[in-house]
Design a protein around this ligand. Structure first.
Ligand SMILES: [Zn+2]
Length: 305
């Protein structure tokens, strides 16, 4: 195993400047949402430090600023009067547990501005059969509780309350119609064993057909950096060792859910379901609570400015 140090984007972070990336980087598998391999682009302004030097991930216990949110949502101010009063957060749990039974419907092509793409996909699963759709819903529920405790109005794009989908274009429209202050689409990746860690996907600038992300690129990057930083702090997970060049940030222009958004939005791939070590985390309720806390803290930080 090699230990590499990666330094993060300056604006990103509350508690982390440095963290350890453990594991060798094998060639990058593309996240499954991207029909196009190689669409992932490493973007960031951050630098990748050479190697050596041992650093341990931030202990998950240390909580800077925004973490009035940490711990149980209990004792905090009553909903609707918290610091996020008046703010709308849309959580988009990726895929849908029912998609597996509706392949014809989800394979329908929809217009994502830049091109056409499948309505939705089934998502991946761990080798043990824990599905990505179960994972994303569970984390969404945990996040909803945390964010509502801060006074935010929270809406989910789906709650397993429909047979399949919604399609990616509709997922984007739900955030737009809600005039969301922030939208996060939750996922876990289906890459090769040995590929580990999380990455946040930021919208690239596109202007084609119904897609025009130019106004959301900057705020989405801010949102994504804050989520990445808080995710590291809360979970102790390292940024992806297979995309993003160690930054945990990837910019893409091929995802309908981002291309059609008119409000700040990012995706997060919380880990790789096909890696046994990542899978052990993703299938742990305690870990998912940390993940929900980290993502929520990033949103709170973004919304409070
Ligand atoms: Zn996914």
């Amino acid at each position: 195993m090699t230990v590499a140090l990666a330094a993060l984007v300056p604006g990103a972070l509350l508690g982390w400047a440095v963290y350890a990336v453990v594991g060798g980087g094998s060639g990058g598998d593309d996240p499954k949402e991207g029909a196009s391999a190689g669409a992932s682009a490493s973007v960031s302004s951050s630098s990748r430090a050479p190697s050596s030097a041992k650093a341990s991930p931030e202990p998950s216990g240390t909580k800077p600023s925004a973490s009035a949110t940490s711990g149980a949502p209990s004792a905090s101010a009553p909903p609707a009067s918290g610091p996020l009063k008046g703010k709308v957060v849309v959580i988009d749990p990726g895929h849908n547990p029912g998609n597996f039974r509706h392949t014809a419907e989800i394979n329908r092509q929809v217009d994502i501005g830049t091109n056409r793409k499948e309505c939705d996909t089934t998502g991946t699963s761990t080798n043990g059969g824990y599905t990505e759709a179960e994972f994303t819903l569970d984390v969404a529920h945990r996040m909803r509780a945390l964010l509502e405790a801060q006074g935010a109005t929270v809406k989910l794009t789906q709650d397993a309350d429909r047979p399949f989908g919604p399609c990616v274009d509709e997922r984007a429209r739900i955030g737009n119609k809600a005039k969301a202050d922030a939208v996060v689409s939750l996922h876990a990746d289906g890459s090769g064993a040995g590929n580990r860690g999380f990455h946040v996907i930021l919208p690239g600038a596109v202007n084609a057909g119904a897609a025009d992300t130019r106004a959301i690129v900057e705020p989405s990057r801010d949102l994504g950096e804050r989520i990445a930083g808080n995710f590291v702090r809360a979970t102790g997970s390292a940024p992806s060792n297979y995309v993003g060049g160690g930054t945990g940030l990837v910019t893409r222009k091929d995802l309908g859910g981002l291309n059609l958004s008119t409000v700040p939005k990012v995706f997060i791939e919380c880990g790789n379901m096909r890696d046994s070590k990542d899978a052990a985390q993703l299938t742990s309720g305690a870990w998912r609570q940390k993940a929900a806390q980290g993502i929520s803290d990033g949103i709170v930080s973004f919304l409070r400015g």
